[in-house]
Design a protein around this ligand. Structure first.
Ligand code: NAP
Length: 260
C-alpha cells in the first residue's frame, strides 16, 4: 500500500522532489501550490492549488486525504505556511520534514548590507543607490513607496497590485497607481550571468535589493554585483522552521524511507 505524502511546494526543490516521488514504489504524492501566479509551473503528478484556509483548513485537508507525512518544500520566506504546517502536523501527529535550501553565503569581495525586513531594506538605501534593482517579487514593494527620492527597477513574474501587498500601506487600503519612480519588468528565472549583466548595465543600476533565497536560479545577479562592485541590500531569512530539516530532495527521500 503506497503512503500518501503532502508536498507543500513553491520552490524548485519541490518540483524535483515531486518528480522523484512520482516514480517511488512506496509513496504517492499530492503537491500543493499557493496559486500566487496565474500561469504556474505544474509539478509532475497530482497537485492542488490555493490556500487551505488556515490551520483548521489544513488539519481537515490532512485528515480527509489520509496524509501520512508532510514535506514542507515552500520557499524559505514562506514562513507562515511553514508554521501552519508545523502546528497541523503536531495536532494530527503526522510527521513533517522541512526542505530548506541553504542560504547564500557572503564572499570576500561582496558588498552586502544585511537587513532583516523589507522595511529595513527600504531604509538602508542611500540616495546614491538609485536606480535600485528590486528582485524581491511583487508582494512586498510597499515599503519602497516611502522612497520617492530613488528610482526603482522592479522585476516580478507578473504585475503587482497595491491591494495584494503583504505590508499594509498607510493609510490602509489606499489604492492608486504606482508612482513614476517605479519601472516594472516581467520575467521568470533562472537568470544567467550574461542576462543579469546586460540588464544591470542597460538600466545603470547602482544597487540590488534581494531576499537571501539561496539556490542557483537567482544567484547570477550577485556574481554581477561583485564584479561591478555594486552594493547589495540582502534581506536575511526568517528563522528556520522548528522540526527536522534537510537541504536537498534526495535527503527528503531518505527521511521518508526511514520515517514511513
Ligand atoms: P506564506 O506567507 O507563508 O503563506 C501565506 C498563505 O498562502 C498561507 O497561509 C497559505 O494559505 C497559502 N500558502 C502558502 N504556500 C502554500 C502552498 N504551498 N500550498 C497551499 N497554500 C499555500 O507564503 P508566501 O510567502 O505568500 O508564498 C506563497 C507561495 O509562493 C509559497 O508556496 C512559496 O513557496 C512560494 N514562493 C514564495 C516566495 C517568497 O519570497 N515568499 C518566493 C518564491 C516562491 P492558507 O492559510 O489559506 O492555507
Amino acid at each position: 500500500m503506497q503512503k500518501q505524502i503532502l508536498l507543500l511546494g513553491g520552490s524548485s526543490e519541490a518540483f524535483t522532489l515531486a518528480q522523484t516521488l512520482e516514480q517511488h514504489p512506496r509513496f504517492k504524492v499530492i503537491s500543493s501550490l499557493a496559486g500566487r501566479t496565474s500561469l504556474p509551473r505544474k509539478p509532475v503528478g497530482k497537485y492542488r492549488t490555493g490556500g487551505f484556509g488556515g490551520l483548521d483548513g489544513l488539519i481537515s485537508y490532512l485528515q480527509t486525504n489520509s496524509i501520512e507525512a508532510i514535506i514542507d518544500a515552500t520557499h524559505p520566506f514562506a514562513s507562515k505556511m511553514s508554521q501552519t504546517a508545523n502546528q497541523a502536523a503536531l495536532t494530527t501527529n503526522i510527521p513533517i520534514l522541512h526542505l530548506w535550501r541553504p542560504a547564500w553565503q557572503k564572499k570576500p569581495d561582496d558588498n552586502w548590507i544585511e537587513v532583516n525586513t523589507m522595511q529595513e531594506a527600504a531604509t538602508a538605501l542611500k540616495t546614491d543607490h538609485s536606480p535600485a534593482f528590486l528582485t524581491i517579487g511583487r508582494l512586498e514593494l510597499a515599503p519602497f513607496l516611502s522612497r520617492p527620492d530613488l528610482d526603482f527597477l522592479v522585476r516580478a513574474i507578473e504585475p503587482p497590485k497595491k491591494s495584494e501587498q503583504k505590508t499594509q500601506l498607510t493609510p490602509q487600503g489606499q489604492e492608486q497607481d504606482w508612482p513614476e519612480n517605479f519601472t516594472f519588468i516581467y520575467a521568470k528565472g533562472p537568470f544567467c550571468y550574461e542576462q543579469e549583466q546586460s540588464l544591470i548595465q542597460k538600466h545603470n543600476i547602482k544597487t540590488i535589493v534581494t531576499k537571501n533565497s539561496g539556490g542557483p536560479a537567482a544567484y547570477a545577479k550577485l556574481d554581477v554585483a561583485r564584479a561591478l562592485k555594486l552594493p547589495v541590500i540582502m534581506v536575511n531569512r526568517p528563522p528556520k522552521p522548528n522540526g527536522p530539516t534537510v537541504a536537498t530532495p534526495d535527503e527528503a527521500i531518505t527521511w521518508l524511507e526511514k520515517t514511513l
